[in-house]
Design a protein around this ligand. Sequence first.
Ligand code: 7RM
Length: 633
Amino acid sequence: MSTSGRIGSWSEYQRAYQLSIADPEAFWAAEADRFTWKRKWNRVLEWDFKKPEVKWFIGGELNITENCLDRHLEQNGDRIALIWEPNEPKEEVIGISYRELHERVCRYANVLKRNGVKKGDRVAIYMPMIPDLVVGVLACARIGAIHSVVFCGFSARSLADRIIDAQAVAVLCSDGMHRGAKAMSVKDVVDEALTHCPSVKHCIVSQRTGDAVPMTVGRDVWLHAELKHVDANCPAEAMDSEDPLFILYTSGSTGMPKGVVHSSGGYMVFAEYSFRNVFQYKKDEVFFCTADVGWITGHSYMAYGPLLAGATQVMFEGVPTYPDAGRFWSIVDKHKVNIFYTAPTAIRSLMAHGLDHVSPHSLSSLRVLGTVGEPINEEAWHWYKQHIGKGKCPIVDTWWQTETGGILISSLAGVTDEKPSYAAYPLPGIQPVLLTADGKEILENEVEGLLCIKFPWPSILRTTWGDHERCRQTYFSSYPGYYFTGDGAKRDADGRYRIIGRVDDVINVSGHRFGTAEIESAINESEWVVESAVVGYPHNIKGQGIYAYVIAEKEITDAEIARKDIIASVVKVIGPIAKPDKIQFVSGLPKTRSGKIMRRILRKVAENELGSLGDTSTLLDPAVVEEIKTGRL
Ligand code: 7RM
């Protein structure tokens, strides 16, 4: 291991990997030792995937913000932690040093306390990409409140569902937001949500747009006004290593999204470890992750990982295509970004805008490129490599999930080799396996199977909020003794993994997960709909698009009106990101005699693989398949 603590060569990777398998406890204890603990752990690991129960660094006490902030102050207090790039390129950039960030977090934490928020309370955060979002997240962690960030594009209904599920006592939000050419209200959405959320006693509002928003007396306060009453001293609460740090809701194949719960100690250790090794972050470099803090990528590789590592990073408020499709590249040049981390969908969309948006920019500061969220096709990989990385930047294709807390499979930038469309090798401490459908481990290479993990790593989810049985059912019951990812994968002759995609009823739209059932129930709220079935289909930009088959309630005289109403319903229930791309009206759905929808057939039609529908004779009404094929959009 090099002195920087980074794995520096292929042989060091192999050595670290072997040690991590032979003696996981010694391996992770050595990594955990790099951090500031208020009290050292007495046991490294206890686990049982049957219950499931996983505990890391048992008996240890820490506060993650002390590790993100306080411990950098003495030597690196003046280092820039956050470079905030506003939506408008002409608006002033805000640079926040570690010392300033520490102070802002402490003050915000004192505002939370002033508003009655205590250790263990849940706090929902619904904010655009402004510095207060990161400050608010860390302020919660400072006092031991459990944050639940809800992506600012979700509807009032989604926000309310998540607040109610977690019984949050407070909401942190802003007045409004800027996104590209649009300005949108945020507080209005919160107000609407809060009419259904009696658990919320306080709402703390940051100023962003300066719009006048209604403030409910006794509940709503302005952050800037509250800050006048607090000082900059806020001792970090001692958290048990296994105390929950945050909840993040994520969609699965059934029902309402689950609140994935992450721990304090294990999550901290793995977020930093994976950041340091995958991106090979070097002192003084600038890191830019384009993900919103509303998703897990923004948690682990913006709010926490880079700060734990003492890095300097860019936080971008806007969208990749505003004011033009060269915005990312102009930010890279403007802030001399060295490491750039984005989603394949963004790469494909910028690729479609053409090289005219790339060529005006030098991009010479770039050293490492990363992708996350969905499989990257080879064409996009090569475009990224050649036109953004100029052929000289390693690409890390990082596979992981909300539930895994951090990157599990990825090459290490410039250290282990890369192969287009392969996430490649497991990080040290990660033991992936491929299973057959009946649960047998496939030991050979050049195979395909269900991707499971057979040993815990520090940032594995601990439970799903309020429903441990659901956690067991979803992740630990299909293949007892394993954590089941829901993904299918291939393994090549050299042991590299290639993630194929979900094998369950989850659609990955632009790297965002939605359950088919979740979208169907939103569609079914339209008065035009009797029943619906949703499947994913390959989409050039988004990776997967949403294809909805709908049985209409009444005769449709104007299909456009019905379509609009269905879309409005999805926007209201989930948010604009889950809008169906295609809506086909049908008179019936292909069902088995027991009434189960044969999604396989619907998927094949949506994929335009009409020749390989398989046996349809067992269907209740085989004729409906012909109609569906003919009406394909
Ligand atoms: C980080 C994140 C998780 C799902 C996962 C996969 C897919 C993520 C990759 C990928 C192929 C990748 N969390 N996925 N990364 N597929 N290559 N590098 O995305 O919880 O929102 O989604 O995303 O299907 O199960 S997530």
